[in-house]
Design a protein around this ligand. Structure first.
Ligand SMILES: *[C@@H]1O[C@H](CO)[C@@H](O)[C@H](O)[C@H]1NC(C)=O
Ligand SMILES: *[C@@H]1O[C@H](CO)[C@@H](O)[C@H](O)[C@H]1NC(C)=O
Ligand SMILES: *[C@@H]1O[C@H](CO)[C@@H](O)[C@H](O)[C@H]1NC(C)=O
Length: 435
């Protein structure tokens, strides 16, 4: 008995010694390449799933609750496992439903399974889909290069019918939801690999070179004249919780999983724009406020805010010849009359003022202006109409070449402003493997 105990002790010592050395080591962070699709302006991540593994293209949905994929079109995997009714998986996904499927069993169609509501926010379509687990793999990273593949054996996702793919970028077979709920991609990966619930988004403005998503903490290094760790020198602002879900379908009492921030004022060229501040707060019905979206190409403003910001910008640009507006924009200029800077066209900055006067997200020409035809530069903000659900939706164009770090545990957003200032871009992560 004593020798058996000694043997056990010896084995546990071996395991302890082994953990840092036996490969593959537990990753500190993970990395995903993200392409910008020229036709739809969507951001498409590439990730591996299933056994044998298949490389999937998934449209990034920052505020999405689940990772969902089309299971109708030839889903084959020996490691697919549907979530059984009333299991821990269903509880994690907040699903009390329980259903059967009346056709031949296959991924997406099994008896005694719980369902969730995968959503396509581009077509504003929601449906129900089987909750399931399968292997999901992506590259580990030291912050400088991709390393070995790391696999989450039990990644929870939703199956969806093929029709939900309508409106997505060519080749995409689902969406990667990065919402702040427990089954959102960031929280699941953090739990599987025991790292902090943080992730960072750095979207490329180029349709020919990839941007990047990091899961886990920095460093987040980008090549340039000097290599830049974009995790350094971030400004921070609290992430706010909208008490009412902004999803297409939800259960009563469900909070929004989207990322809201507290914009308190907007400045154009350093001058505060007169606004109805009530619109900037989230009311008890979940209406108003400011969120960040990767499925909205251009920042969309409630009509009165849009008019005020556009008027202020037109005043600040009074010396520059205007040209006919190009939809969906309402304020366009002769590009030949606007000079260039390191951070894009030389135009007045637009500041989103946050928790105090001294904390603001400054947007320069590269993020505020859009080339909309030969010699035409337009202010890249869009009229969101009267009484939209959310007053300010910060869109893809405005976050490109900015690093945004979402810290779910601390509920705060870190933002870098334009990386162009530091002579690098989101397309400068070195995707050449280190090992
Ligand atoms: C589910 O159960 C029903 C009734 O027992 C059966 O007809 C059906 O084929 C089953 N479906 C699957 C996918 O196993
Ligand atoms: C400001 O917006 C709120 C919310 O839409 C509205 O109820 C209020 O009437 C507005 N105030 C003014 C002065 O327009
Ligand atoms: C990218 O990383 C690879 C692998 O570490 C390295 O060999 C290469 O020099 C790096 N590229 C640049 C431009 O630094």
């Amino acid at each position: 008995m004593a020798s058996f105990n000694a043997l056990l002790l010896f084995i546990s010592y071996l395991l302890l010694l082994c953990s840092p050395f036996c490969s593959p080591a537990r990753p500190r962070a993970l990395v995903l390449p993200v392409a910008k699709d020229a036709a739809t302006l969507q951001y498409v991540a590439r990730i591996r799933q299933r056994t044998p593994s298949v490389l999937l293209k998934l449209v990034v949905d920052l505020g999405g609750r689940y990772l969902w994929v089309d299971c109708d079109s030839g889903y084959v995997s020996s490691t697919y496992r549907p979530a059984r009714c009333r299991s821990a998986q269903c509880a994690l996904a907040n699903s009390n439903s329980c259903g059967d499927c009346f056709s031949a069993p296959r991924p997406g169609c099994n008896n005694n399974t719980c369902g969730v509501d995968p959503e396509n926010p581009i077509t504003r379509t929601s449906t129900t889909g089987e909750l399931a687990q399968d292997v999901l793999s992506l590259a580990s990273t030291d912050g400088s290069n991709p390393g070995h593949l790391a696999a989450d054996q039990n990644f929870l996702f939703s199956c969806a019918p093929a029709f939900l793919l309508q409106g997505l970028a060519n080749g995409a077979t689902g969406m990667a939801g990065l919402g702040r709920n427990k089954v959102g991609t960031p929280s699941q990966l953090a739990a599987a690999f025991s790292f902090r619930r943080k992730f960072a988004l750095c979207l490329s403005s180029s349709t020919s070179s990839d941007g990047v998503i990091f899961f886990g903490d920095g460093p987040y290094r980008f090549l340039g004249t000097q290599n830049v760790d974009a995790a350094q020198s971030l400004s921070y602002t609290p992430l706010l919780v909208n008490p009412v879900s902004t999803a297409g379908t939800f259960v009563r009492g469900e909070k929004s999983v989207e990322y809201f921030i507290g914009v308190t004022a907007i400045r154009v060229g350093g001058k505060a724009v007169p606004l109805n501040k009530t619109l900037l707060t989230i009311d008890k019905n979940g209406v108003g406020g400011t969120k960040i979206s990767t499925v909205t190409p251009y920042t969309t403003l409630e009509t009165s805010i849009y008019k005020a910001v556009t008027a202020a910008f037109a005043t600040a640009m009074a010396a520059v010849p205007r040209v006919a507006a190009v939809a969906p924009f309402g304020l366009c200029f002769d590009a030949g009359s606007i000079g260039g800077t390191r951070v894009g066209p030389a135009v007045p900055e637009v500041d989103l003022v946050l928790q105090s006067e001294s904390v603001y997200w400054r947007m320069f020409g590269a993020n505020t202006m859009v080339a909309a035809g030969e010699k035409v530069l337009c202010l890249g903000f869009v009229d969101g109409g009267v009484e939209p659900r959310t007053s300010v939706v910060i869109g893809g164009h405005q976050v490109e070449d900015n690093l945004l770090q979402f810290d779910l545990a601390a509920s705060r957003l870190g933002f870098s402003s334009s990386l162009l200032f530091r002579q690098t871009t989101c397309a400068n992560f070195n995707f050449t493997g280190s090992g």
